[in-house]
Design a protein around this ligand. Structure first.
Ligand SMILES: Cc1cc2nc3c(=O)[nH]c(=O)nc-3n(C[C@H](O)[C@H](O)[C@H](O)COP(=O)(O)OP(=O)(O)OC[C@H]3O[C@@H](n4cnc5c(N)ncnc54)[C@H](O)[C@@H]3O)c2cc1C
Length: 277
């Protein structure tokens, strides 16, 4: 989406893929890109109702409140076919595997197509210092895991699948407007450790539909914010549970033992947000 036109507090049209789209209600379901919300954040006086049909470039603005700025570095592995008879460690079965590490956590799960996805969640600065933005160093770090590496025996790393993805925890300052709503990760995003993002997106979609039909938009907004508060409490408990690495900056920051982003709401600058776009 390139432009968003707002008039009298209502979105009148958006321009996407070279087409101008008009609708009675607009829903931002663009995930972590939050394209519509960021376009709206670009309006001067967004909260005081002084809209005047201006057009805004959506790439320069963001008014989300961030609680954590982790990054996820991940890749796919090809698993040997069942018919090959190759030994495939113990496999991951139907479970998602999580393994804490000094500088973050590892995540692994089988996905359709005889493949597995393996991810490292960490801080961008730690990733840079540890060299794990490079596939070989990342694979070397993975080989040191106690639970996940043995389950990848005979699996083949697919280097072209290697990716770095922002996995920030945040909520939008506003999720409902005159004729728009945000759902899923556009409204708020959880740490992948919560394993709740897909469920949340589906439930948000149902609730947003009801809010549009029945007009309970404030109730919808309150629900999103309550869910996010509940998530923050659960998330704190989750990170508190890992007590092995007293000197680790990653865990200290998330356990309230260091000053940092996990301790309060913080907006990121447009420059920082460019890593998400
Ligand atoms: C590494 C990792 C692991 C995760 N593991 C889990 C897990 O185990 N369980 C779980 O429940 N959740 C997990 N999540 C979170 C989950 O993936 C998300 O919360 C969920 O996908 C959010 O759904 P969504 O529909 O809001 O956004 P998305 O799934 O991101 O969908 C947004 C869609 O909008 C499209 N889009 C973006 N910009 C535009 C545009 N300008 N125009 C048109 N379309 C656009 C995108 O292409 C995409 O199709 C994980 C996330 C990460 C990063």
């Amino acid at each position: 989406m390139r432009f968003c036109c707002v008039q009298g507090g209502r979105i009148t049209s958006v321009t996407a893929g070279g087409q101008q789209i008009r609708a009675g209600v607009f829903i931002d379901a663009t995930g972590r890109r939050a394209v519509l919300l960021r376009a709206l954040a670009g309006t001067q006086g967004f909260d005081d109702g002084q809209f005047s049909g201006r057009q805004f470039d959506n790439r320069r603005f963001d008014n989300r409140q961030f609680n954590d700025r982790q990054t996820v570095i991940w890749a796919r592995f090809g698993l040997p076919g069942v018919e090959s008879g190759a030994e495939f460690g113990a496999g991951f079965g139907n479970s998602t595997w999580l393994e804490a590490a000094p500088n973050g956590w590892w995540y692994a799960a089988e996905v359709p197509g005889r493949a597995a996805v393996v991810a490292l969640g960490t801080d961008p600065k730690l990733a840079k210092a540890g060299g794990v933005y490079k596939v070989h160093s990342w694979a070397a770090a993975l080989s040191g895991t106690a639970l996940i590496a043995p389950r990848l025996k005979q699996a083949r790393l697919l280097p072209v699948s290697f990716r770095i993805t922002a996995s920030y925890s945040y909520r939008a300052a506003r999720v409902v407007g005159e004729n728009w709503l945000a759902v899923g990760d556009a409204a708020c995003a959880f740490d992948p450790l919560s394993s709740a993002g897909i469920y949340k997106a589906l439930v948000n979609g149902q609730e947003a539909a009801r809010a549009i039909c029945d007009g309970y938009r404030e109730a919808y907004a309150n629900r999103i914010h309550q869910d996010y508060e509940t998530y923050l409490i659960k998330r704190a408990e989750l990170y508190q549970a890992e007590q092995r690495w007293a000197k680790s900056a990653f865990w200290a920051q998330r356990q309230g033992r260091a000053q940092g982003e996990a301790q309060g709401h913080r907006s990121v600058s447009p420059k920082e947000m460019s890593t998400l776009a």
